[in-house]
Unconditional design. Structure first.
Length: 320
C-alpha cells in the first residue's frame, strides 16, 4: 500500500530539518567564532583594527599555553587545577633569577613546572587519588611555595620584556609561540602513535590490554601540562614585567573553559587541539570586546560563564 503524498512530504521535511540541525551543530564552534567577530565589529569600530586583532593574539598567549596542556590532561580523562599556581611559581623563579643566564633560568622554570606536573601524575596514577583532588592539593602546595619565596611581594624586572615586544613581521612573537605550539601538538595527536594512545587511555582497561603503558603516558601528560603552565609563566613575566605569587588565580578555570569550548569531552577520549586554539581565541575576543566596551569585570565573568554553558550544550547536542 502506497503512503499518502502528505506523509511522504512531512517525512522529507523532517529529514531535511534534522540534516540542517546536524550541520549547524557540527559547525557550531566556527559559527560562534564568526558570529562573535561580526557582533564585535558592530559594537566596537576599533575591534577589527589590525593592531587590536594582533593584540588579541598576544593577550591570549598565556591562556593558550595553559589550555594546550589542559587539553592533553582532559583527553586522558583527567583535570589539572594546578596550572595557575604553576604559572605563578614560574614567574617568581624567572624574577628571582633574572640576573643569571636566561637560557638556564628558562630551563629551571620549565623543569620545576614539569616536575610538579609529574608529581600530580604520580598521585593520580600510582596512588589512585582522583585528578580533581590530587591537582587541587598540588595547586595549594605550589601556590604556597610561590608565596614563601618573597612572602607574597611581587618582584619587578624588565629582563624578559624582549619576548613581548618582539614581532615577526607584524605578528607578535607571543601569538606565534602559543599558536605554533598548539599546531605542533595537534600534529602529535593526529599523526603519532603516542597521540593515538592518548585518545584511548581514558579507558585504562581497554588501553592496557592493547599494550599501552597507561601509567607512563598519564604521568607524562601531567608533566607536559606543568611544562606548558611554566611557559605561560615566562610569557606572563615578559608581558607584565613582574613575577607575582598571586598570578594565575582563576586561570585554571579559564583553561578548562577554553578546552570545553573547543569541543574536548571532560570524560576523555574525544577532542581536538585546533578546537582548543579556537576556544582560546573565542575567550580572547570576548575579553577584548568587553574591555573595549568598558564592561564591568564582575559582569565579564558572568558573560564568560554563559558562553561556556552555551557552547558545552551545543557540543553535548552534537554527540547525541
Amino acid at each position: 500500500m502506497k503512503e499518502a503524498p502528505i506523509k511522504i512530504a512531512e517525512r522529507e521535511k523532517l529529514v531535511s530539518l534534522r540534516g540542517f540541525k546536524e550541520l549547524v551543530l557540527r559547525l557550531s564552534l566556527g559559527l560562534i567564532l564568526g558570529g562573535l567577530v561580526i557582533i564585535a565589529s558592530f559594537l566596537s569600530p576599533a575591534f577589527l583594527n589590525t593592531k587590536n586583532v594582533l593584540n588579541i593574539l598576544s593577550q591570549s598567549s598565556i591562556l593558550g599555553c595553559l589550555a594546550i596542556g589542559q587539553t592533553l590532561v582532559i583527553l586522558s580523562a583527567g583535570i589539572d587545577l594546578s596550572v595557575g599556581s604553576t604559572l605563578a611559581l614560574s614567574s617568581m623563579i624567572c624574577a628571582l633569577l633574572a640576573d643569571y643566564n636566561i637560557v638556564l633560568v628558562f630551563l629551571i622554570a620549565l623543569g620545576v613546572g614539569s616536575g610538579f606536573g609529574a608529581v600530580s601524575g604520580v598521585f593520580v596514577q600510582k596512588l589512585r587519588i582522583p585528578p580533581f583532588i590530587a591537582t587541587l592539593g598540588m595547586m595549594s602546595v605550589i601556590r604556597g611555595i610561590a608565596l614563601v619565596l618573597t612572602w607574597g611581594a611581587p618582584i619587578e624586572t624588565r629582563r624578559y620584556v624582549f619576548i613581548a615586544e618582539k614581532n615577526i613581521g607584524v605578528v607578535p612573537l607571543l601569538g606565534i609561540i602559543w599558536i605554533s605550539i598548539g599546531l605542533v601538538m595537534h600534529f602529535v595527536l593526529i599523526q603519532t602513535r603516542v597521540g593515538h594512545h592518548l585518545f584511548t587511555i581514558y579507558d585504562e582497561e581497554k588501553s592496557s590490554t592493547s599494550g599501552v603503558d597507561v601509567t607512563k603516558l598519564k604521568i607524562g601528560v601531567y608533566a607536559l601540562s606543568g611544562f606548558f603552565a611554566s611557559l605561560g609563566g615566562i610569557l606572563y613575566i615578559s608581558r607584565l614585567f613582574h613575577g607575582y605569587s598571586m598570578a594565575g588565580i582563576g586561570k585554571e578555570l579559564d583553561s578548562i573553559a577554553a578546552v570545553l569550548i573547543g569541543g574536548t569531552s571532560l570524560f576523555g577520549g574525544k577532542g581536538s587541539m585546533i578546537g582548543t586554539i579556537i576556544g582560546v581565541i573565542v575567550l580572547g575576543i570576548l575579553e577584548n570586546l568587553m574591555n573595549l566596551l568598558n564592561v564591568s569585570m564582575y559582569l565579564q565573568s558572568t558573560v564568560r560563564g554563559l558562553v561556556v554553558l552555551l557552547v558545552v550544550y551545543l557540543n553535548i547536542q552534537k554527540t547525541t
